[in-house]
Design a protein around this ligand. Structure first.
Ligand SMILES: O=C1O[C@H](COP(=O)(O)O)[C@@H](O)[C@H](O)[C@H]1O
Length: 272
């Protein structure tokens, strides 16, 4: 499979979110068949949270063993733990609270209730990721070879919304986070979109995912989507940077697709 993006265009945002939900359920079931568990990295934003609502409404959702799904977040807002601004709080309300999850598999970045600075919360999230990676590695290495554990667990699928300014996760144009090439998690100061303090995976972390799904709807996103797919620079257009190891999918609606280069367009039939 190619790391180059593939674009699937859906008639409107409702059809889009139902289609992403169906794909996500299938992906999680497939990963559980293969590995005995599945790992998803969630996004905030309109389509990200709407997709979780669509999963909650899906007749296929019980096909997933939700107690064996590992949840991580691509970014989180550094505010109080129960703030409605938190991507995790929105995800819990949309879906997670209605599922029979294993709480030890739900990895929410820290909040102002636990940490005095966004850097401490980012370091803690990186530590959690490394611990999960080490545990996964220990379970995998059966022949006793002393290989070094990776710093990140396997991400089967990683979802990303895109802002009108082309930000992904909390990596904003021209800011330090999108320029980061070493750290896997960063603390973000001065986010142009409130709230100003955030924790984010970086591109080096995002691009370890097996599949990256860019989930976008609305005409206010058309410019960002068009630039990202036309190959703009990642620092100026962060949405141009994400690449899954085996697949990069842009799942978008017609309004968001208005400026997509024609050679990349593939329209999904209504209802998919
Ligand atoms: O702030 C954020 O924004 C983006 C996109 O949000 P949208 O409401 O414009 O769809 C989101 O993907 C990201 O996770 C979030 O923290």
């Amino acid at each position: 499979m190619s790391r180059e993006p593939r674009v699937s265009i859906h008639p409107d945002s409702q059809v889009l979110m139902a289609a992403i939900a169906a794909r996500l359920v299938t992906k999680l079931v497939d990963a559980q068949d293969r590995f005995g568990e599945a790992t998803v990295v969630l996004t905030g934003g309109t389509v990200g949270i709407g997709t979780l609502r669509a999963v909650a409404a899906s007749a296929a959702a019980p096909a997933v063993d939700w107690s064996k799904v590992n949840f991580w977040w691509g970014d989180e807002r550094f505010v109080a733990r129960d703030s409605e601004d938190r991507n995790a709080v929105q995800a819990q309300q949309a879906l997670l609270d209605s599922l029979d999850l294993d709480p030890s598999r739900v990895h929410i970045p820290g909040s102002t209730d636990e940490f005095g600075s966004v850097e401490e919360a980012a370091a803690d999230y990186a530590r959690h990721l490394a611990e999960a990676a080490a545990a996964e590695h220990a379970a995998d290495v059966s022949d006793g070879r002393p290989e070094q554990a990776p710093a990140l667990p396997r991400f089967d699928v990683l979802l990303l919304g895109v802002g009108p300014d082309a930000h992904v996760a909390s990596l904003f144009p021209e800011m330090a986070g999108i320029r980061e090439r070493e750290a896997l998690v960063v603390g973000v100061h001065g986010s142009p979109k409130p709230p100003p303090l955030r924790i984010s995976l970086t591109l080096p972390a995002i691009n370890t995912a097996e599949e990256v799904w860019m989930v976008v709807a609305g005409e206010d996103k058309a410019g960002a989507v068009g630039l990202a797919l036309a190959g703009a620079g990642t620092v100026q257009v962060p949405a141009a940077g994400p690449r899954g190891r085996s697949r990069t999918l842009w799942l978008i609606d017609e309004s968001a697709a208005a400026k997509v280069p024609q050679n990349l367009v593939r329209k999904e039939p209504r209802g998919r």
